[in-house]
Design a protein around this ligand. Structure first.
Ligand SMILES: [Cu+2]
Length: 423
């Protein structure tokens, strides 16, 4: 018997190949015990989830509910977002090449919506462009979309009605279509969707009119230090499916410690002969980029390389005080503003290191706890944690580098040995 991924997803059978804990919960129950409910998944969605599905007469059935929700970007910052099934981005839709899917969409928003299946080739009337290919889904109504997934890949879903508002408020999600034949090696398969929002300090509603100065940039709806690590074992093939449905910005996503190949876009796979090694991949708005590499032990940063995209809620209209002599200024201003303290004259890092009180409903510009002090990053920053042996799927804590392999202060002996004069 050939066990295809379709069989696996449909019945909960254990796969013959060796994906990473491919089928959680599946081994516990015989295939016949839950024939219609497929919770099986071989993808990992840090800080997110996979949309549950059922099978009826060979059709995989999903139900999306477009709705307003409360969402925490990071401890200290809660927003009123719009999303699907209680989250932003919405849960990942996961299925197998060749499957027929039926996706019900309930509109619990106060305005009309629709869903476009970005990158999927679907019949014209299923393409989800309100006014062009279908009437809009009015508030309170439920529409049915149905099509066959004709090819494997990484795709997205989002509204095609009042896109500017609905996407700005968080309505988006990823679609993973697995090939029928799976590689016979262990793959750690992650989904990361980026987004950017403008959440003015002290407010909770992302501003749909923002065109720049986004101050909250997220992976799967979370800003560092709230981003969950991507955990794998040494030697695992690590696949990261990057998706970008932010309103305006393209993100050069950079990985430390490895070179990767971009193996696919939402247009399709990239032929092996056309792949080059990269350490940064640009993920433009409205695309997916899937990268693969083999994991090496360590805690490796994965982040957008636009420095302002790895910062939280910074104010861009403050005066530039770097290098300014502010001697005596604090006492004078403190007469009218008690407790006043000038910051930023020696760079911005001190703001992360001081535990400053934050304005209501806001998060620090940068700063997460690391094993060697504060990590001066925020927003689109996360960590790929690779260990020789993992005990489970959870966060394995901080990497213990082998003794003598960590950068430390140079000793006087070392300096004199190598003829370095410090002035
Ligand atoms: Cu970016």
């Amino acid at each position: 018997m050939t066990i295809s991924r379709r069989t696996v997803l449909g019945t909960g059978l254990v796969l013959a190949a060796k994906p990473w804990r491919a089928i959680p919960n599946a081994a516990a129950a015989p295939a016949s015990a839950q024939p219609a409910v497929a919770r099986a998944s071989s993808i990992v969605v840090p800080n997110g989830s996979v949309l549950p599905s059922t099978i009826r007469d060979g059709v995989r059935i999903f139900h999306l509910r477009a709705e307003e929700l409360d969402h925490e970007i990071a401890p200290g910052l809660k927003i009123k977002a719009w999303g699907y099934n209680g989250s932003t981005p919405g849960p990942v839709i996961e299925a197998v090449e060749g499957e027929r899917v039926r996706i019900y969409v309930t509109n619990a928003l106060p305005e009309r919506t629709s869903v476009h299946w970005h990158g999927l080739f679907v019949p014209h009337g299923m393409d989800g462009v309100a006014g062009l290919t279908q009437p809009p889904i009015e508030p309170g109504k439920t529409f049915r979309y149905e099509f066959v997934l004709d090819r494997a890949g990484t795709f997205m879903y989002h509204p095609h009605a009042d896109e500017m508002t609905q996407i700005a408020l968080g309505m988006m999600g990823m679609i993973v279509v697995h090939p029928r034949k799976q590689a016979r090696e262990r793959v750690r398969d992650f989904c990361l969707m980026s987004h950017e929002m403008s959440v003015h300090i002290g407010t909770a509603r992302p501003d749909p009119l923002a065109m720049n100065d986004f101050n909250v940039l997220t992976f799967n709806g979370k800003a560092f230090p709230a981003t969950a690590p991507l955990v794998a074992e040494t030697g695992d093939r690590i696949r990261i499916r990057l998706a970008n449905l932010g309103p305006m910005d393209h993100h050069p996503i950079h990985l430390h410690g490895h070179a990767f190949e971009v193996v696919a876009t939402d247009g399709g796979p990239i032929p092996t002969s056309a792949r080059i090694l990269e350490t940064t991949v640009l993920v433009p708005v409205g695309t997916t980029r899937t990268v693969e590499f083999v994991g090496k032990a360590g805690d490796w940063a994965l982040h957008c390389h636009m420095t302002h995209h790895a910062m939280n809620q910074m104010g861009h209209d403050a005066a530039n005080l770097v290098g300014v002599n502010t001697k005596g200024l604090d006492q004078r201003i403190a007469r009218i503003a008690p407790g006043y303290m000038t910051m930023g004259t020696n760079g911005m890092s001190e703001m992360a290191h001081m535990q400053m009180e934050q304005p209501r409903n806001s998060i620090s510009m940068v700063g997460g706890k690391g094993p060697h002090g504060v990590i001066d990053m925020g927003s689109m920053f996360t960590i790929v944690k690779v260990r020789d042996k993992l005990a489970g799927d959870g966060d394995p804590g901080w990497y213990q580098a082998p003794a003598g392999t960590t950068a430390t202060e140079a000793t006087a002996d070392e300096l004199s040995r190598d003829g370095i004069k410090v002035t």
